[in-house]
Design a protein around this ligand. Structure first.
Ligand code: SF4
Ligand code: SF4
Ligand code: F3S
Length: 353
């Protein structure tokens, strides 16, 4: 069957991207979202039959790390998503247009796709002093976001800055930075935190919207459950060492060289919800802990302010062991949380000896 003119299927065919590649892409997304393999053909069919989704990407107080995370990801899967599956109608860092032409492109995209486009936000939004700390073409970030959100089908906040304020909101938060959901309250908002967020998760959320016509199910922080239901600790390959009470005490001791658990070096994996330990980074090659560094908790709110990145959980302001258990219990089985408690206590006691 030929693809209908103007559909994603036709666009992919014109670019020489085979149906097999689309199936492979959908398989990857389905696997990452823990969907059964049986949905892959339907998912691919729905994507191929869809029109390219209009996306307006607004960058506010950010470091460009989030867009780098997506565009530096491996081809053809995510590059295809960016340029073929979605219609990226406005993105300052990637579009050729600048100045007034860029502003015109934004207005045209909002008008032509009113009620249907997705607004992707990266970076926090400053509210202090009427938002003067970040403006584009004389308009504050909050004004731009409100205008774009008025015609959006949904808002996708990319990165911890756009979700929770991130580094901009770190103490003393001089610009009054907040996440997008503090401003947009009358449209569906989904948070994809991480500093930066995982490209596969961004792709999964957008593809899910294309396939099912709605955003995926979210948790209490508006994060897609498919990617944020488990902690890094739940799926960490160093977990057996944690369970055995084998902890690295410095970055160059025998435990570190043997690949033991990094909790005594400040690992926040037990209270950090993200998919790093399963999907991993750089084409599934590694993630921070596999590279020998503790998880910093980069997908959690206020992670910059909760203490030194290298302070062990049980000693820092992340909370008491009991608090850590409560946090863990919110999303994982009670048994796993109890294990966290006992090991955090064990770890602390061992250190104090
Ligand atoms: Fe940069 Fe991290 Fe903020 Fe993204 S979330 S804009 S990578 S500081
Ligand atoms: Fe892995 Fe960190 Fe958990 Fe240790 S504390 S098992 S390094 S996530
Ligand atoms: Fe961030 Fe921790 Fe993953 S620091 S990248 S959530 S391992």
């Amino acid at each position: 069957m030929r693809d209908e003119p103007g559909t994603i299927g036709e666009a992919l065919r014109e670019r020489g991207i085979s149906r097999r590649a689309l199936l492979k892409y959908c398989s990857g997304i389905a696997a990452a979202m823990a969907l059964p393999a049986s949905v892959v053909p339907t998912m691919a069919q729905n994507v191929a039959a869809s029109r390219r989704q209009s996306v307006i990407w607004l960058s506010f107080q950010e470091c460009t790390g989030c867009i780098e995370s997506l565009t530096r990801s491996h081809a053809p899967t995510l590059e295809s998503l960016l340029f073929d599956v979605i219609s990226l109608d406005y993105q300052e860092a990637l579009q050729a247009a600048a100045g007034h032409q860029a502003e015109e492109a934004l207005q045209v995209a909002m008008k032509e796709n009113f009620g249907k486009y997705i607004v992707v936000v990266d970076g926090s939004i400053p509210l202090a002093n009427d938002g003067v700390y970040s403006t584009i073409n004389g308009h504050t970030n909050v004004e731009i976001l409100k205008e774009a959100a008025a015609g959006a089908a949904a808002i996708v906040s990319i990165g911890t800055c756009a979700c929770f304020g991130g580094v901009g909101a770190a103490h003393p938060n001089p610009t009054g930075a907040v996440g997008a959901d503090q401003i947009v309250t009358n449209r569906p908002v989904i948070n994809v935190p991480g500093c930066p967020p995982m490209p596969e998760v961004i792709a999964g959320v957008l593809t899910s919207f294309l396939t099912f016509g709605e955003l995926p199910e979210v948790d209490h922080l508006k994060r897609p459950k498919a990617f944020f239901a488990e902690t890094v600790h739940d799926r960490c390959y160093r977990r057996p060492f944690y369970d055995q009470g084998k902890f690295a005490r410095s970055f160059d001791d025998e435990g570190a060289r043997a690949g033991w658990c990094l909790i005594e070096l400040g690992c926040k994996g037990p209270i950090t919800y993200n998919s790093c330990a399963t999907i991993k980074w750089n084409e599934g090659f590694t993630f921070p802990i596999q590279s020998g560094h503790p998880c910093l908790g980069c997908s959690e709110p206020n992670f910059w302010d909760k203490d030194s990145f290298y302070t062990p959980l049980s000693a820092g302001r992340w909370g008491s062991a009991a608090g850590i258990v409560a946090a863990a219990a919110a999303g994982v089985a009670v048994g796993a949380a109890a294990s966290v408690a006992s090991r955090v206590n064990t770890s602390r006691i061992a250190k104090e000896k």
